[in-house]
Design a binder for this molecule. Structure first.
Ligand code: SF4
Length: 538
């Protein structure tokens, strides 16, 4: 097999580090061939690779490369996706398998693209009377390469339920720049819509009364602001009330499996909100409960019996992995472009605007107008799609309402499919750290269709109650003051991710518009490889 020069040069170094018990952190750009590289290393070292991915989009490349290597492959998706009787949005707990009449698995061999295979398997399962989910689960232990999403590896109870011995695998964590957000895996939300939907699903009048009272209390505590505000005295349920809700939930689970039509049961969102540990915040009209730090989920990476490779095109620094994520093992940090002393990704031309900023003290209507003028100019010179990334929804909405051009403005309901449906050249307005700015891939014949990336301001996270508490907690664990590191690294990764949307292969070329005078600093210009940007004013 033809390998690239960096793959040949660094293979032994990575193998050697893993053998010595180091955690390998591999920072290498999109399109450089990380997937194949990590599989080759994993197969050579242990014969088996567990590939841990953030989204289902990442299943396909692992399947493709496993087949190239002639290795058997399997994968797991949530019960909601694999169960022939459920809709994709249900919580896996809503599905009461113990009452299902096809609760058994058969031996399977994944011989097609994962999602084509899954749809065939679901049909066969229903026709022939076996469970697709448990068949996939059982197939994991017989496959050389397996792919799982983050929850199955990082949430301890889900990992244990798989019954796999991960020390037998090389564990590859893809898109590992997301590890600082692992605590969001068990984030719970409570808002008026969820309570209304729960009310509409139940018939028990006592439960309805409890939910109506809860709704009135949530209304007072869930504030509209787009920042996390700590809520100490959030609405509570008594043990008896929770018990009655659980009984009603059980009855609904039983009814749905009997009818073989399983939909999301909103009572479970309420139960989970109260049963999950964490702090409660108000955020954009919802109450959000979540653990403050990702420590509980990340600690598995410190297990010395596991061989681990963390990979990303925008991996945080070694200092961040140690001091913020709390990785205590020895780390071999490899930046492939630095090792090879050359670029392994496409090229960018940077343009820096000196007369705009998203700094809080200068957020005015005049500033929004200037940003809108820039976007207009950029759009007319762009050869392809324009991706404009904003620090927050509120800033994005202020600016984009002044932009009268073909556009898609992200909101909480926007999906990647909405972007793929765009027919004409458009502006894609996305929020930093959101689904689009970290997930879209618009390519044709291997080339990116995004010609221009616009950074509207610097996407620093809001210094709100959540960030402050997180910095305090991490400092207690690692003994380091990490607030600035947290803020600056979060912004930097968001900027790199946005730029990365336009650079999907070594042949891609894009304009990067840095619309904030604060980018005119050595730190920013060095970190994002924009050393000599063209400087402009309106
Ligand atoms: S098919 Fe039956 S056993 Fe399988 S996930 Fe669905 S409900 Fe559970």
């Amino acid at each position: 097999m033809d390998l690239r020069d960096w793959q040949i040069k660094l293979k032994d170094k990575v193998l050697d580090s893993l053998k010595r018990g180091f955690l390998v952190a591999l920072n290498s750009p999109t399109g450089s061939g990380k997937t194949l590289f990590s599989l080759i290393v994993g197969v050579e070292l242990k014969g088996k690779v567990a590939y841990i991915v953030r989204t289902h989009n990442e299943y396909y490349p692992v399947y493709r490369e496993s087949k190239r290597l002639g290795k058997s492959f399997s994968f797991l998706v949530s019960k909601a996706l694999a169960c022939p009787f459920s809709t994709a949005d249900v919580n896996p707990e809503d599905i009461k398998c113990s009452s299902c009449d096809i609760f058994s698995s058969i031996p399977i061999k994944v011989d097609d693209y994962p999602f084509s295979f899954l749809s065939k398997l679901k049909k066969e399962g229903e026709d022939e009377g076996f469970c697709p989910y448990y068949s996939l689960l059982d197939s994991l232990s017989n496959s050389d390469v397996i792919v799982l999403t983050y929850p199955y590896f990082f949430i301890p109870r889900l990992r244990e339920a798989l019954g796999l011995d991960f020390s037998q695998y090389v564990v590859v964590v893809d898109e590992a720049h997301n590890l600082d957000r692992l605590n969001e895996l068990e984030e719970r939300k409570l808002n008026l819509t969820i309570i209304d939907r729960a009310i509409s699903q139940v018939s028990n009048t006592t439960v309805i009364e409890i939910l109506r009272r809860l709704k009135e209390e949530v209304k007072k505590k869930a504030l509209p602001e787009e920042k996390y505000i700590l809520v100490q005295d959030y609405p509570k349920l008594t043990d008896d009330e929770l018990e009655i809700i659980k009984e009603e939930y059980e009855a609904l689970r039983e009814k749905m499996i009997k009818e073989k039509r399983i939909k999301q049961i909103y009572l479970n969102n309420i139960i989970k909100f109260y049963e999950t540990e964490g702090k409660v915040f108000s955020y954009k009209g919802s109450l959000i409960k979540k653990p403050i730090t990702p420590e509980k989920y990340i600690s598995i990476l410190n297990d010395p019996s596991l061989s681990v490779i963390l990979m990303s095109g925008t991996l945080q620094s070694k200092e961040f992995l140690r001091n913020v994520l709390g990785i205590t093992r020895q780390i071999e940090y490899i930046d492939t472009e630095k090792e090879m002393k050359k670029k392994l990704s496409g090229t960018i031309d940077c343009i820096l605007a000196l007369d705009v900023t998203s700094a809080y003290s200068l957020r005015t209507k005049e500033m929004w107008k200037k940003y809108a003028s820039y976007i207009l100019k950029i759009f007319y010179q762009a050869k392809g799609y324009v991706l404009a990334v904003f620090p927050s929804y509120s800033l994005m909405n202020e600016v984009m309402k002044l932009v009268n051009l073909p556009k898609l403005v992200e909101d909480e309901k926007t999906s990647l499919e909405d972007v793929y449906k765009l027919k004409e050249k458009s502006i894609i307005a996305a929020v930093a750290r959101g689904k689009l700015s970290e997930g879209i891939e618009l390519t044709k014949d291997g080339k990116s269709l995004i010609s221009d990336v616009v950074l509207v301001g610097i996407p620093y996270p809001a210094v709100d109650d959540y960030l402050k508490l997180q910095a305090e907690e991490i400092s207690k664990i690692t003994g380091q003051d990490v607030k600035d590191l947290l803020i600056n690294t979060t912004a930097l990764i968001a900027v790199k991710q946005a730029i990365g949307r336009a650079i999907r292969s070594v042949n891609d070329k894009a304009n990067v518009w840095l619309l904030d005078k604060r980018y005119d600093s050595i730190m920013w210009k060095t970190k994002i490889n924009c050393l000599n940007p063209k400087k402009i004013k309106l």
